[in-house]
Design a protein. Structure first.
Lengths: 307, 59
C-alpha cells in the first residue's frame, strides 16, 4: 500500500520508472538470439541491453520534462537518435568483419537489413517508454502499465517481418547430374569438374525450386542479396558440407531465366529434409530486396510528373 | 570477372596460348591434377569435355 501511495504522490517519478521499465522490457523482449545466432555473444547482449535501458529512460524522461514546460529536454531525443545511428554502424562493421570468415557469408544486403532492425528496435523501445510514461502522468500508474503492455504487443507485431513463404512456393526437387552439368529441377546450376565433388553433391545435395507467387515476388527473389540470405540461413540451421578450398561445394542459387523460378542447391551437414524445407520457407524477406514494380507501373502514377 | 588460372588436358595439341597448362597421362591422372589444383588454388575445376578441364578463379 505504501508503494501505491508513493506512486500516486510522485507522478513524475513513477512515470519515469514505469516508462523506463517498459522501454527496457521492450528491448529485452525483442532481443532474441534465434537461429540467426546473433547476438549470441554475451557481450553483444550487454551492449544492447544497456542501450535499451538508455533508450527507455530517454523516452520516459521526455514526458515529465514536457509537462513541466522544459522544452529543451526534447533535444535529448535528437541526441538519442544520433546514438542509435551509431548502433547501426557498429552492427554493420562487426558483421562485415565477421562475414569474411564465414563459410557461407551473409552478404552485404542481409547485414544492412540486420543493422537497420537493430536501430529500429531502439526507437520502438523509446516509443514504448514514452507512451507508458505519458499515460502514467495523464491518468494514473495502472493506466501506464496497461498502455505499456499494449505498446509491447504493437512493437512485437511491427517487428514481425515477412518470410519467403509469403511470396514464393517452396518445393523440393531432385538434384540431377548430367555429366558435369548440375541441374536442380529444370534450372541449370553449374558445371562440376571433379568426379568426387559430383559424388558428394549426389549424396548430400538438396534441391529447392522457389516459384514466385506474383510479379513483384519475381523481382524480389531474383535479388542477389536475398538469395545469399537464404543460403546463409539454411547453412546456419543445418551446417555446411564444405571447407575452405572447396569452391565447388558452395551452396548456390540460380535463376531459371525463362520461368523466373529460383533454383537452390544446398549441401547441409545434417541432411534433414523437413528442417531444410522449414529453413528455406522461414528466411526473412530483406527490406532492401523487396521491390514493387507493379505499383511503380500503375497507370495512375505513371502519368504524374516526378516530384 | 572470372579468370582461367589453369588448364589440364590429356591432349597437348588441343590447347595453346599463355598460362599454366598441365598435360595429364590419362583421364584418371587428369582428375588427380584437377583435384590438387582445386584445393591448392581454392578455385573450382570445370569440365570443358572429358579430356580438357579448366580451373576458374572467381575471387
Amino acid at each position: 500500500m505504501m508503494l501505491l501511495d508513493w506512486f500516486h504522490s510522485h507522478k513524475d517519478m513513477s512515470g519515469v520508472i514505469i516508462g523506463s521499465m517498459f522501454g527496457m522490457g521492450a528491448r529485452i523482449f525483442m532481443l532474441r538470439s534465434d537461429y540467426r545466432q546473433y547476438p549470441a555473444y554475451p557481450h553483444g547482449k550487454i551492449i544492447h541491453l544497456a542501450l535499451g535501458l538508455i533508450a527507455g529512460a530517454l523516452g520516459a524522461v521526455a514526458v515529465p520534462a514536457l509537462f513541466n514546460k522544459d522544452y529543451t529536454a526534447i533535444t535529448f531525443l535528437a541526441l538519442a537518435a544520433q546514438q542509435f545511428r551509431e548502433v547501426r554502424n557498429m552492427e554493420r562493421n562487426t558483421l562485415t568483419a565477421i562475414d569474411h570468415m564465414e563459410l557461407v557469408p551473409r552478404g552485404a544486403v542481409y547485414i544492412e537489413g540486420i543493422s537497420v532492425v537493430f536501430e529500429g528496435r531502439n526507437y520502438l523501445a523509446i516509443f514504448t517508454a514514452f507512451l507508458s510514461s505519458l499515460f502514467v502522468l495523464l491518468v494514473a500508474w495502472w493506466c501506464g502499465l496497461i498502455v505499456g503492455v499494449l505498446a509491447l504487443i504493437v512493437a512485437h507485431v511491427f517487428m514481425k517481418g515477412k518470410k519467403i513463404s509469403h511470396i514464393a512456393d517452396v518445393e523440393m526437387v531432385d538434384v540431377r547430374l548430367d555429366g558435369p552439368d548440375l541441374y536442380v529441377g529444370d534450372v541449370y546450376m553449374m558445371n562440376v569438374g571433379l568426379e568426387e565433388n559430383r559424388e558428394i553433391i549426389r549424396e548430400q545435395g538438396i534441391g529447392f525450386i522457389l516459384t514466385p507467387k506474383s510479379d513483384d515476388a519475381k523481382v524480389t527473389i531474383a535479388n542477389l542479396g536475398q538469395r545469399q540470405a537464404i543460403l546463409h540461413d539454411v547453412s546456419t540451421r543445418l551446417g555446411v558440407y564444405r571447407d575452405d578450398g572447396d569452391p565447388a561445394l558452395m551452396p548456390i542459387g540460380k535463376l531459371g531465366l525463362r520461368t523466373g523460378k529460383l533454383g537452390l542447391l544446398v549441401l547441409p551437414r545434417e541432411k534433414d529434409i523437413d528442417k531444410a524445407y522449414q529453413a528455406v520457407s522461414n528466411v526473412p524477406l530483406l527490406e532492401a530486396a523487396v521491390r514493387m514494380p507493379t505499383e511503380a507501373n500503375r497507370k495512375s502514377t505513371e502519368a504524374k510528373p516526378i516530384g | 570477372m572470372a579468370k582461367i588460372v589453369g588448364i589440364i588436358t590429356t591432349d597437348r595439341n588441343r590447347v595453346g596460348g599463355v598460362g599454366p597448362i598441365f598435360v595429364a597421362r590419362d583421364r584418371d591422372h587428369l582428375q588427380k591434377i584437377s583435384h590438387l589444383l582445386e584445393k591448392v588454388l581454392d578455385c573450382a575445376a570445370h569440365t570443358v569435355d572429358e579430356d580438357l578441364f579448366i580451373i576458374v578463379d572467381r575471387h
